[in-house]
Each structure stands twice: as C-alpha cells, then as structure tokens.
Design a protein around this ligand. Structure first.
Ligand SMILES: [Zn+2]
Length: 229
C-alpha cells in the first residue's frame, strides 16, 4: 500500500533534478538525463590538467590528479554540491561517484588501483551533517570502478584546543599532521585513491597524502568531484 502511495505522490509531486530543478521522469532518478549528459566534465583522465597537478608539485608525489566536474559558481555543479553537503542528500554523492567511476573505468583507469579512501570530515562537521559526503562519493566510485573502499583506514585527529582559537586562514594553513592512518597494513605497498568533494588549494589533500605515504603507500592518486579548472 505504501508503495502505491509513493507512486501516487511521485505523480503529483515529481522529484526535481538536483542539478537543474526540472521534474524527473519516471525512469530518471536524482539527476535528469539531459544533465547527466551535459554536466561540465574536466576530462582530466583523458588529458592531464596542469593546474590540478601543480597543486601538489614540489609538495607530495602523486600518480594522477582527476576531477570529475568543472566547478562554476551558481552553476549546476555548485547546486549538486550544495545538495550533497548542506541538504542531507548523500545519495547525490553516491550517484555522481558511480557515474564517474564508470567513466574512468571505460577509459581504462582503475587497473592497478587498490583502495579508495575518502578524506575524513572534521568531527564537528560530521556531527552536524550526519554523514561524510566524501564517503558517499568513495562508495559510488568503488561500485563504478570495481575497487574496494574504506573509511576506516584514514582518520582525522581530534581538533586541538590551540587550533580552535585560530582564524580560518591560520587553520587552513595548519593542516599538516591532522590525519592518521590507523590501519597501516591496508596501505602498505598499495596504490591508494584519495577522494574529496571539491579541490581548492589542495592543502587538506596534501596532508592526507603525506599520512598515506608515511605509512608506505606505494602511490597515491587524487580524485575530486569538482575543481575550478
Ligand atoms: Zn537536470
């Protein structure tokens, strides 16, 4: 009975596409077909993008740096990110992760990758949001790529008191050593994929990569959902 009720509700109030807002058709879910085709991709897995690689150059060695979508202010990608991060819709991350995973796999990316690891969220944000958006991306990527994922390998250290008093800028400069690998055996000699939602300065990712390499990861590839390129 409940199922029929939902079907009826869908007819009266169709779910909107999370990217463009138009009503989804019966066979569509989360993002409409037109948006799926037209979302602005960076294609960084086909042609390397210098601005992405340069975020890590001279800091930490990375195998590859991939970003799925081009971040544009007030565009569809920003809208999707908003749904994912601030509107309690981890399913958006799962879907986009799956999509990107499929596209990477079709291009031959994925062979040789051992483990997908999401960047852990700040504990206070995790408590507010109830989920880590990078977990859902990692889970989707894992399905699309056919590579295992785990959020129990890399953890964020507890926020220290000295950091809480600092300004936002000082905090962002103070990310070194905030991550810890608690299952080093899962990392040693492995090619790890680190996943984040938006790649900005790369400082947080850099810190995560450092922790993985210190624990003898063989190599690290970065995958972000979006980046301004
Ligand atoms: Zn749409």
């Amino acid at each position: 009975m409940l199922r029929y009720w939902h079907a009826l509700l869908d007819l009266v109030y169709p779910d909107p596409c999370r990217a463009c807002g138009t009503a989804l058709l019966g066979n569509e879910s989360i993002v409409c077909t037109r948006c799926r085709v037209n979302l602005p991709r960076t294609d960084s897995h086909l042609v390397a993008i210098d601005s992405l690689r340069l975020k890590f150059a001279g800091k930490v060695p990375v195998q590859n740096v991939y970003a799925f979508l081009k971040f544009e202010r007030a565009g569809k990608v920003q809208r999707l990110l908003h749904q994912l991060k601030y509107n309690n819709q981890p399913e958006v991350g799962l879907m986009l992760g799956r999509m990107y995973g499929h596209e990477l796999r079709q291009a031959g990316v994925g062979t040789g990758l051992d483990l997908i690891v999401p960047v852990p969220l700040h504990p206070r944000k995790l408590a507010q949001r109830g989920y880590n958006q990078s977990d859902s991306l990692a889970e989707g990527l894992s399905e699309g790529l056919g590579v295992a994922w785990s959020n129990e390998v890399l953890v964020r250290q507890k926020f220290t008191e000295t950091q809480t008093g600092k300004s936002r800028f000082e905090r962002s400069e103070n990310v070194a050593g905030i991550f810890e690998v608690i299952k080093p055996a899962r990392v040693e000699n492995q090619h790890i994929v680190v996943v984040d939602d938006v790649m900005t300065t790369g400082a947080t990712l850099e810190s995560a990569i450092e922790a993985l390499l210190q624990n003898k990861a063989a190599s690290v590839t970065v995958v972000a959902l979006a980046a301004a390129v």
